[in-house]
Design a protein around this ligand. Structure first.
Ligand code: 13P
Length: 340
């Protein structure tokens, strides 16, 4: 039976589960494989992702959906089954990254606009026919001395809204990801600055979603947490990150949104888990808060795997552990003792 988008969105944020973001572009996954001295080609990328998706314990207990890249959604496992069939075996919802990446925004220096709207309706129809039930589009906002500009915020929000409306028309749940980056050289990028910019982009996104007639109970918001930039010396405590993030979401996210799944954005595995767990233990917000992590779910498994078949079991154990810890965080029950 084909589910409606509201039911799919609810399933994505069901208690104890979250999303595995495994949709790194070919260029990004190459950078990850460079860390483990492994060549990135279609076969090694398939082997790595098949290793993750066949970690039965993690997939059944803690992963509600996986975001795939175009190459992966059309790939076959080593034994000839399709990757999509492998995911269906553990009742994992299939997601697909549909933006085509960030490009420089003309006349706006290093600011970016996310592309991929041309021909999107047809691509969504194709992905739906292969079995996708949700999609992802990532807008990128960078904090520097003189950015983000109002224009970068509004034009990226408008693209997210047009994408979301197209997804819903095609029967797919849009994951709406406006990411305020943690990266950058700016020493003034403290937690307050991040909160200000995150609030601005969220306000703009929800204005545009409303203008585009997007049903908020059929979307998932994928925001950054409110946290200082990597090069800022003023480090906020985990409790401050959790409280400021909750405050920002409470002020800017309508309660009808089906769920909120954070990106990890360069936080360490432990930070991403701890912040999520504190937020859920504070129970200060009506939304379901869970994870849609890429690096924070995969990093330890990637290192354990290191491109070698003989390491598959260790890598799967590492992935299952992080998935379990984040599953606990999604219900506010993680602790450092359990993580060791
Ligand atoms: P990270 O958790 O590594 O930030 O990746 C999540 C993601 O999907 C970024 O688009």
């Amino acid at each position: 039976m084909i589910d409606n988008i509201q039911n799919i969105a609810k399933k994505l944020v069901i208690d104890g589960k979250g999303i595995l973001a495994a949709d790194e572009s070919t260029a990004t996954i190459k950078k990850r494989f460079d860390q483990i001295d492994t060549e990135s080609n279609a076969e090694t990328r398939r082997d790595y992702r098949e290793m993750l998706f066949s970690t039965k314990e993690a997939m059944e207990k803690n992963i509600s959906g996986v975001i795939l890249y175009d190459e992966t959604i059309k790939q076959k496992c080593r034994d000839g089954r399709s990757i999509t069939d492998l995911l269906r075996e553990t009742d994992t919802l299939i997601g697909i990254k549909v933006d085509t990446g960030v490009k420089k925004l003309a006349k706006f220096g290093n600011e970016t606009i996310t592309e991929g709207l041309d021909g999107l309706r047809e691509r969504l129809d194709e992905y739906y026919s292969i079995g996708a039930s949700f999609a992802k589009w990532r807008a990128v906002i960078n904090i520097t001395e003189d950015t983000p500009s109002d224009y970068a915020i509004s034009t990226n929000s408008q693209a997210l809204a047009r994408y979301s409306a197209l997804c819903q028309e095609s029967g797919l749940v849009p994951i709406v990801e406006p990411e305020v980056l943690m990266d950058g050289e700016n020493a003034k990028h403290n937690i307050d600055e991040c909160k200000l910019v995150t609030s601005k982009i969220l306000q703009s996104v929800f204005e545009e979603l409303s203008s585009a007639r997007v049903d908020l109970d059929g979307i998932i918001l994928k925001p950054n947490m409110v946290i200082q930039g990597k090069n800022c010396d003023e480090k906020a405590t985990p409790m401050e990150v959790a409280k400021q993030t909750l405050d920002c979401l409470e002020q800017n996210v309508p309660t009808s949104v089906a769920g909120i799944c954070f990106l990890s954005g360069g936080q360490t595995d432990l930070q991403a888990t701890e912040h999520l767990s504190i937020m859920n233990s504070l129970k200060k917000i009506n939304h379901t808060l869970t994870f849609s992590y890429g690096r924070a779910l995969q990093q330890s498994a990637l290192i354990a795997w290191s491109g070698k078949d003989e390491n598959i079991k260790d890598a799967q154990n590492a992935f299952a552990h992080r998935a379990h810890m984040n599953g606990l965080a999604s219900i506010g029950q993680w602790s450092i003792e359990l993580d060791q």
